[in-house]
Every structure is written in C-alpha cells, then in structure tokens.
Design a protein. Structure first.
Length: 256
C-alpha cells in the first residue's frame, strides 16, 4: 500500500475504485507528472481530494495499470474509475508499446462512456523500452471519442482544475526532461502547492517517482518540500542549497 507523505494512515482512507459512486465529481483536482533526470524517471504529484455534490472525501487518484504504465485521473469518478479497471483487465504482464496502451485506453473509455454532465481526464505515464512516455486523454458526453495528446516533447503534463496554474509554474521553473530528480520533485510539488488556490484542489499531497519497472517512494519528502516552499515559496531561483540538505536524508535521490 502506498501512503501519501502528508496523509495520516487512517482507517477511513478509501479507494473510490472499490465502491459504487453515487454522485458526480468534476475535474476539481491537480494531477501532474514530469519527466526528469535526463529522461530516465518520471515524478508524479497529485492531491487526494474528491469533491461530490454532497461533500468531499479523500482517496487515490493514481493507479498502476501495468508494471510499466500508470494512470492519474481527474473528473467524474465513475467513468474514470471504470476506465482504470478496464485498463487493468486489458493489459497483461507483457511489455506494452505506447500505441498498445493508447489503443487500450480508447477502448476502455468506449466501454464506459461519460453520461450527462460527466467529464473524464486521464494522465498516462510509463516507459516503452525504458524510454519515458506521457500523454493525456479527455472525453465527455458530447465527445465520446477520447482526445489523446502526447506531451513527450515538453516532458510534463497536468490535468484537473489546477492544471493551468501547475503548468504555468512548471514552465516558470524551466522544467525539462534533463532536470535532476530532486529539483523536479520540488518544482512539481511547488506547482501542486500553488494550484491549491484553484477550485476543489485538496491540500494533501501524494508524491512518487517512477523508473522503468520500479516505484520509488521517499517517505516524508513532500512534507519537507512543502515546508521549504512555505519559506521560499516564490518563483526562481531554486533553493539548491536547501535541496542538497534534504537529499542527504534519502538514498537514490539525485541532485545533479
């Protein structure tokens, strides 16, 4: 079980894929991912808040659909969750190309189309022959053939109500696929923290790092980066000296 850095391990922590969802949830969230470390890793950051017509709850927005492929989602919970389940059922353990994953994604969305006022945004990250890939897919009731967009050239993407802010922050930090891992973790978390001003974005944060066939979870890192961001929470320059101090606490957290 993967526990977010800034979330207590409480018994009421829930996974919306396990339960029928009764109310529509729009894309009030921030999910983002950024390729880094000379295109050898991907940092993923997401909030954990689900806003319903009658309130809100906390849950996972990042799911593995294959050893090398993972999906984050924003929008109406029911069609998003069903698409994830369909992808998990479709993709076996064999290596998958980006085209195979894209085809499976489109089929998964067609298997559970959006209904009235429902919207679905999916952010897919993974590795094809150890090379990072990142793309998004969007659909709704009026556009049931998902619009799929690759973000490989830019190297990062975001979905949800906080996406515009997050993308602006990542661009301001000049994030690229060559950016070191720890710096990318900081800029990605900063992008998420800044995006919390958007409608419905939760303050709790989940940060993880993907490498080919591997998940790296650095316990407490997001919380440390939030404290650093609060004291240095302006745009560039990057607080490199402070990040170097944080890096000493973690094995495998690249700073160069």
């Amino acid at each position: 079980m993967w526990f977010p850095d800034e979330v207590d391990r409480q018994n009421d922590w829930d996974d919306p894929l396990k339960h029928e969802v009764q109310y529509d949830t729009q894309a009030v969230t921030t999910c983002l991912a950024a390729v880094c470390t000379r295109s050898t890793a991907i940092v993923a950051v997401t909030d954990t808040k689900f806003s319903f017509g009658t309130g809100s709850s906390e849950g996972w927005k990042l799911h593995s659909i294959h050893r090398d492929w993972h999906v984050l989602y924003a929008g109406s919970v029911s069609p998003c969750a069903e698409a994830v389940l369909a992808l998990q059922a479709e993709l076996d353990h064999k290596p998958k190309t980006v085209q195979q994953v894209r085809t499976a994604l489109v089929a998964a969305c067609h298997s559970w189309p959006c209904q009235e006022q429902e919207r679905r945004s999916l952010l897919v990250i993974g590795f094809e022959n150890r090379r990072p890939r990142i793309f998004t897919a969007y659909d709704d009731k009026m556009h049931q053939n998902p619009h799929v967009v690759s973000h490989l050239a830019r190297g990062y993407a975001a979905i949800g109500s906080g996406a515009a802010i997050a993308l602006h922050i990542l661009a301001s930090y000049e994030q690229t696929p060559d950016t070191p891992l720890l710096q990318t973790a900081y800029t990605s978390c900063a992008a998420k923290f800044f995006s919390e001003s958007a409608d419905g974005v939760g303050s709790r944060t989940y940060l993880c790092v993907f490498k080919p066939g591997e998940l790296c979870h650095f316990t407490g890192l997001a919380a440390r980066l939030r404290r650093l961001w609060r004291t240095r929470g302006q745009l560039p320059p990057i607080p490199h000296a402070k990040l170097t101090e944080i890096a000493k606490r973690y094995e495998g957290l690249d700073i160069a």
